[in-house]
Ligand binder design. Structure first.
Ligand code: ADP
Ligand code: MG
Length: 403
């Protein structure tokens, strides 16, 4: 893949950057600007190199037509604050205003194009429709930089098709994510521990499949625990259970044994009579009362998980250990997060809710080796899938700029 440095002298060149600026909004107030912050280094590097920078991104799911609610205006304003220099916002993505702004940019200036998903061509499944829109985007710039890691698993015009139309490079953010994911899949330092939680087994099948033969330890918490406990013949009461995954869970238990992978399930569980933040108690994992549901791993399990994690050189964690959104069921997630901060090696947090959980529980991003910005994209990578937005960058781009 070509990096930004490999693009040569950027002075006077119009560079279209695909960033992931899909921030949560409350009205027009950004409630978490993490993705804007993460996008700044690449945009700044291009601007410092004298490029005329056009940023393209999506916000929400506006359905292919302009919708005030999903305007990138608050994001452009925040970006200007973070860059410490003005950022223009085009009122359309490829229309007259975008063209006017693109041709008026001076070296080092930055502009944001309005929400790319205001155009049906962006996400169309029809190659021709998507391609036609990508042509319009490409007409605005000389070079493309792919820096939206959260969207590289999407075959969309501003992620995929555009890179077949302009000389393309990988941005620093995508490069950093891929470097970490490679370390997790190709040459992890051992012991390598994978911690999985979250709500469902069925969401994580691909990851378990692909990592079960790479990891030394697989720790399972969260809602998926109960399908495993049930598969071992235990009562799980009113806990989350996926009956249709019982055979699969049994298969994983067998496979782990056969491959010498330590599969650790919780030995105690925090239960409550209802899905509510009250009446919590701790029971043995093989003695969950029929009228209770499990909402967190218990303290013994949390301590056991933490010990395995601390003794590892590589840890990948996806999925909260319990319903961390409620205080009575946050301790398991907190213990695991704490242990990750003590790893002597590489610790990676992946997944939207997991990243939110560590921040909500008071941890700082820099206490971890890496917090992935793209939940879906990082999981698909770990499942061993090919990500269209990455493969397209690895193939030779037009005009022979790969050299
Ligand atoms: P991520 O976004 O990090 O991949 P998931 O989306 O898979 O994580 O799961 C997050 C959700 O799982 C959280 O909202 C949490 O409340 C829920 N969860 C965790 N443990 C349980 C449980 N025991 N029962 C029900 N839901 C749970
Ligand atoms: Mg989630």
């Amino acid at each position: 893949m070509t990096t930004i440095q490999g693009l040569g002298d950027l002075r006077g060149k119009r560079v279209l950057v695909r960033s992931d600026l899909n921030v949560p909004l409350d009205g027009s107030t950004i409630t978490d600007d993490g993705r804007v912050r993460a996008s700044v280094p690449t945009i700044k590097a291009l601007s410092d190199a004298g490029a005329r920078v056009l940023v393209t991104a999506h916000l929400g799911r506006p359905d292919g037509t302009p919708d005030e609610k999903y305007s990138l205006a608050p994001v452009a304003a925040r970006l200007a604050e973070l860059l410490g220099s003005p950022v223009q916002l085009a009122s359309d993505t490829v229309g007259p205003d975008a063209q006017r702004i693109a041709s008026g940019l001076e070296d080092g200036q930055v502009a944001v194009l309005e929400n790319v998903r205001f155009n049906v061509g962006e996400t169309s499944k029809d190659d021709a429709v998507r391609g036609a829109f990508a042509d319009e985007l490409a007409a605005l710039a000389d070079v493309f930089v792919s820096d939206g890691f959260g969207v590289v698993h999407r075959k969309q015009a501003s992620v995929y098709d555009i890179a077949t139309r302009l000389p393309a490079a990988v941005g620093g953010l995508v490069e950093a994510e891929v470097t970490v994911l490679k370390r997790l899949t190709e040459s992890p330092e051992r012991p390598y521990t994978v911690v999985l939680g979250g709500s469902k087994v069925s969401d994580k099948l691909g990851v378990i499949d692909n990592l079960l033969d790479k990891a030394d330890n697989l720790l399972i918490g969260g809602g998926m625990v109960f399908t495993f406990l049930k598969a071992q013949g235990h009562e799980v009461g009113k806990s989350l259970l996926e009956e249709d995954q019982l055979d699969i869970a049994r298969g994983y238990i067998e496979q782990a044994k056969a491959q010498g992978v330590t599969l650790l399930l919780p030995t105690d569980i925090v239960v409550a009579p209802e899905f509510k933040d009250e009446g919590a108690s701790v029971v043995a994992a093989d003695a969950i009362p029929t009228d209770q549901l499990g909402l967190d791993i218990g303290p013994d399990s949390a301590a056991a998980f933490a010990e395995v994690i601390r003794g590892s050189r590589t840890v990948f964690w996806n999925g909260p250990m319990g319903v961390f959104e409620m205080a009575s069921f946050a301790a398991g997630t907190k213990a695991v997060a704490q242990a990750l901060t003590q790893v002597d090696g590489l610790s990676v947090v992946g997944g939207g809710d997991s990243a939110a959980a560590v921040r909500q529980l008071g941890f700082a991003d820099d206490q971890f080796g890496h917090i992935s910005t793209g939940g879906g994209a990082s999981l698909e990578y770990l499942e061993g899938k090919t990500l269209p937005g990455l493969t397209v960058l690895a193939s030779p781009s037009p005009e022979g700029t790969d050299a």
